[in-house]
Design a protein around this ligand. Structure first.
Ligand code: FE2
Ligand code: FE2
Length: 163
């Protein structure tokens, strides 16, 4: 059995699996709110993001732990908001959440660096780059909303998640 992961990095990656699934859950909560408001474009965007991005992120960490001989632990995902004041509040929350996740990835990178776990660098570098995309994705969505003059119907019809 390979043994290429430290206990500490294993633990932090297990926590990150939860963060990624929590992210999926948060975006599904946003999609649920958007559906209630008739904002189908926004709902699809958030649902696609949860399924195609966040779930995939959780699986990448899961796979890495298993490949390096670690032990996967699936901890508890918390309940999330399905209520928002308005679209602006929701979009700002999404940007803030991605900033939070970027910091979590940096913590993983810090730990892997301290422990000289070079094997983890490829994966974590991929996530560092991914976070640039994720932060830009939600920032662009927010900016497009502002540029539309907050014309909800028109804006909603033109939203598309890059797949
Ligand atoms: Fe993610
Ligand atoms: Fe994300």
């Amino acid at each position: 059995m390979v043994d290429l992961i430290s206990k500490e990095l294993n633990e932090l990656m297990n926590k990150q699996i939860v963060e990624e699934l929590q992210s999926a859950y948060i975006y599904l909560g946003m999609a649920a709110w958007a559906i209630e408001k008739g904002l189908k474009g926004l709902a699809n965007f958030m649902k696609t993001h949860a399924e195609k991005e966040e779930y995939k992120h959780a699986m990448k960490f899961t796979h890495y732990i298993q490949e390096t001989g670690g032990k996967v632990k699936f901890d508890t995902v918390e309940s999330v908001a399905t209520e928002y004041e308005n679209v602006e509040e929701l979009l700002v929350a999404a940007i803030k959440h991605e900033e939070y996740i970027t910091n979590k990835i940096k913590e993983l990178m810090d730990l892997a660096t301290t422990k000289n776990e070079y094997y983890a660098f490829d994966l974590l570098n991929w996530f560092i780059q991914e976070q640039i995309e994720e932060e830009n994705l939600f920032t662009d969505l927010y900016n497009s909303f502002l540029l539309s003059g907050k014309m909800l119907g028109v804006w909603d019809q033109h939203i598309k998640h890059p797949e």
